[in-house]
Design a protein around this ligand. Structure first.
Ligand SMILES: Nc1ncnc2c1ncn2[C@@H]1O[C@H](COP(=O)(O)OP(=O)(O)OP(=O)(O)O)[C@@H](O)[C@H]1O
Ligand SMILES: [Mg+2]
Length: 336
């Protein structure tokens, strides 16, 4: 019997000749790696996660973008099978964490919001001890640790005490540690919070490489640039609920204009000047420290403002970002 089988990261199909001119075409639809439906977590009466639904496909990099207290870490803990849900359904790699916690955890890599490295152990030993938890032999732990120290650009620090590492190095070590068990899915809770721009870029580069190798990434962030750089798709979350879902560029197209003019007239004056800007652009937002004009022609609008005799202390024309999407959806700024 003839059988042709084609598999791609997006899906697969199989063609079988059954004989007598009969062909059977089987389309194999990939199962989502993570599927949450009306997922809810309550602490007493307070819903930290309030009925969120999303699916993450194999090889995808999916983000939860939201401000402090949005429920990102609470969601990550449920996905990581270390916290039980109050209601809704959740499937990780096709398994329900209520029934299959250990099997799920064995296949995940987890980078928690707070580094929880073992400060008493040296850099390399942190990796080896972690690998042993997964039942790996000492020799395979040692080989994997060498590989991951190279990957995390920490090979020259392998004998250092963890306490002597910089914040960015500790974060890279936590990521290296999360990869010891060759996880199919990597959960990253605020991977770069608190790091300087250079350290963030090094980390982004490492995460890109993992994505290129086909690792599925679920990450949380409240940095819009991080979400734009790393996520194929994301959900904007606020107060435990999903406000919007899509690819970063699609969200920006749907919820904002092409450009934004940012003007600062001084905190005392922004509100009164804004009254003179009625009718300009698509929309004007007045924040405590600046005025934002949503428009498709930033330079043209800025020229009009200056011609009107208004003299901002600073002015900037920029393209719209996910920050603008968040502001549009919630009326609040993402970074408080
Ligand atoms: N164990 C707990 N008991 C009671 N309330 C909790 C608990 N854990 C989290 N919360 C509350 O749930 C809400 C969501 O918290 P969570 O840590 O998930 O937010 P987050 O989006 O990760 O925020 P951040 O960006 O600050 O990390 C917050 O109001 C928090 O105070
Ligand atoms: Mg958090």
């Amino acid at each position: 019997m003839l059988s042709i089988d084609r598999r791609t990261p997006q899906g697969a199909w199989e063609l079988r000749a059954l004989g007598q001119g009969e062909l059977l075409v089987c389309i194999i639809v990939p199962q989502p790696v993570i599927a949450a439906s009306l997922l809810t977590k309550k602490y007493k009466e307070f819903a930290a996660v309030d009925g969120i639904s999303f699916e993450v496909e194999p090889g995808e990099s999916f983000g939860l973008l939201g401000p402090n207290g949005a429920g990102k870490s609470t969601t990550m803990r449920m996905v990581g099978a270390v916290s039980t849900r109050t209601s809704g359904s959740l499937s990780i790699l096709g398994l329900d964490p209520n029934d299959h916690g250990p099997e799920i955890r064995a296949q995940l890599g987890v980078v928690p919001q707070q580094d929880n490295l073992d400060m008493d152990l040296r850099v390399r030993d942190n990796l080896i001890v972690y690998g042993r938890y997964f039942g790996m032999s000492l020799s395979s732990c040692a080989a994997k640790a060498e590989e991951l120290l190279e990957f995390a650009q920490l090979a020259d620090r392998k004998k250092s005490k963890v306490g002597d590492l910089s914040g960015g190095m500790k974060r890279r070590l936590t990521i290296a540690r999360s990869l010891m068990n060759d996880p199919k899915v990597l959960l990253l809770d605020e991977p770069t919070t608190g790091l300087d721009p250079q350290a963030r870029h090094i980390l982004w580069d490492r995460l890109f490489r993992l994505k290129e190798q086909g690792t599925t990434l679920l990450l949380t962030t409240h940095y819009m640039d991080e979400a734009e750089q790393l996520c194929d798709r994301l959900v904007v979350v606020d107060k435990g609920a999903i406000m919007a879902e899509g690819a970063p560029a699609d969200l920006i197209r749907s919820y904002s204009t092409r450009e934004v003019v940012e003007l600062r007239f001084g905190s005392e004056l922004n509100a009164s000047v804004a009254e003179q800007l009625v009718g300009i652009g698509d929309r004007v937002e007045v924040l405590p420290d600046r005025i934002l004009i949503y428009t498709d022609d930033g330079d043209g609008d800025l020229g009009w403002i200056v011609a009107k005799g208004l003299t901002p202390i600073t002015s900037l024309v920029r393209r719209s970002s996910l920050e603008d999407v968040f502001l549009r959806l919630t009326g609040r700024s993402l970074i408080e």
